[in-house]
Design a protein around this ligand. Structure first.
Ligand SMILES: Cc1cc2nc3c(=O)[nH]c(=O)nc-3n(C[C@H](O)[C@H](O)[C@H](O)COP(=O)(O)O)c2cc1C
Length: 250
C-alpha cells in the first residue's frame, strides 16, 4: 500500500506514521475521503479535528466523527473583538469533559457543517458598533458573526437545542444593550431551532434592548465592562438552568 505523504493530494499537515497500519488507514480515510487532515497525534488520541484544506470541499462533521471517533455532544461557537466572549466560552468549556463539550471555536473559522454536526449548541456574541453583531461594518478589525450570518442561515436547526449568551456594556450603550443577541436568536428560531436559557433583566440597568422578549433576555447576558465580578455566579446559575435541556451534569 502507498502511504499518504505530508503534502500529497493537496493535504497540508497530514502526519501519518507508516508503521501504524490503523492510523495509516484512518489518515487516508480522512485525507482522501474528506479533504480534511487531522494530525497523527489527534488521530491517536481520538480527537481529530476538521481542518480546511485549500481547494477541497469540507465534509460534514458527522462523517469525520463516525466509526468510533468520539465527538462531543455540545458545540460552542463564539465571535469576539477583544477576547471577552472567547474567555467566557473557555470558562464554560472548562466545566465539562471533552465528550460533553467541544473546544470553543471562533465563527470566523468554521463552516455550516461544523454547526450542523451538533444537536446541542451554545452561541456567544458581543454587541458592537451601535447595537450590531461584531464584524467589519461595526468597525471590527476581523470578520465575525456579521460575515458568518449567511452561513448560519444555511443550517437547518430543526431538532437542535440552542442556548445563547451575549456580552455588552450597559453603561456605555444603555440604548442598545446586547442587541446583537437577538439577531442570532432570530436566525436559529426562523430555521426551526429551539432556543433555551432566557435570563432575567433584574440586576442590569439599561434603557432599551432588542434582546428582551416577554420581559427576559433571550440568553445569558454578561457585562465584563461593569459587572465582571458577577460573571462567574451568573454563568453557574445559567448552566444549572439549561442543564435539563442539554442533559448536562451540573
Ligand atoms: C466600539 C464598541 C461598540 C460597542 N457597542 C456596544 C453596543 O452597542 N451595545 C452593547 O451592549 N455593548 C457594546 N459594546 C461593549 C462590548 O459588547 C463589550 O465590551 C464586550 O465585552 C466585548 O466583547 P469582546 O471582547 O468579546 O469583543 C461596544 C464596545 C465597543 C468597543
Amino acid at each position: 500500500m502507498r502511504y499518504a505523504t505530508r503534502r500529497e493530494g493537496g493535504v497540508e499537515g497530514l502526519n501519518c506514521d507508516p508503521k501504524h497500519e490503523d492510523t495509516r488507514v484512518l489518515c487516508l480515510f480522512f485525507s482522501v475521503g474528506t479533504g480534511i487532515a487531522p494530525t497523527f497525534g489527534e488521530v491517536l488520541r481520538g480527537k481529530a479535528r476538521p481542518r480546511r484544506v485549500p481547494g477541497r470541499s469540507i465534509a460534514p462533521s458527522s462523517i469525520l466523527y463516525q466509526e468510533g471517533n468520539s465527538m462531543a455532544r455540545i458545540g460552542i461557537f463564539f465571535g469576539t473583538t477583544s477576547g471577552n466572549t472567547r474567555k467566557v466560552a473557555k470558562m464554560i468549556k472548562k466545566k465539562f469533559d471533552d465528550e460533553t463539550m467541544a473546544k470553543p471555536l471562533n465563527v470566523n473559522r468554521v463552516s455550516a457543517d461544523d454547526i450542523a454536526g451538533y444537536d446541542y449548541l451554545i452561541f456567544g456574541t458581543p454587541t458592537m458598533g451601535s447595537g450590531q453583531l461584531p464584524g467589519l461594518s461595526a468597525d471590527c478589525e476581523e470578520e465575525s458573526w456579521e460575515e458568518f450570518m449567511p452561513t448560519l442561515e444555511e443550517v437547518d436547526f430543526s431538532g437542535k437545542t440552542v442556548a445563547l449568551y451575549g456580552l455588552g456594556d450597559q453603561v456605555g450603550y444603555p440604548d442598545e444593550f446586547v442587541d446583537a443577541l437577538m439577531e442570532i436568536h432570530d436566525v436559529v428560531t426562523d430555521r426551526g431551532g429551539r432556543v433555551v436559557g432566557s435570563w432575567p433583566t433584574e440586576g442590569y440597568t439599561f434603557n432599551s434592548s432588542q434582546a428582551v422578549v416577554d420581559g427576559a433576555f433571550v440568553g445569558l447576558v454578561l457585562d465584563q465592562d461593569n459587572q465582571s465580578d458577577q460573571t462567574e455566579a451568573r454563568l453557574e446559575q445559567w448552566l444549572k438552568q439549561i442543564a435539563p435541556d442539554f442533559d448536562l451534569p451540573v
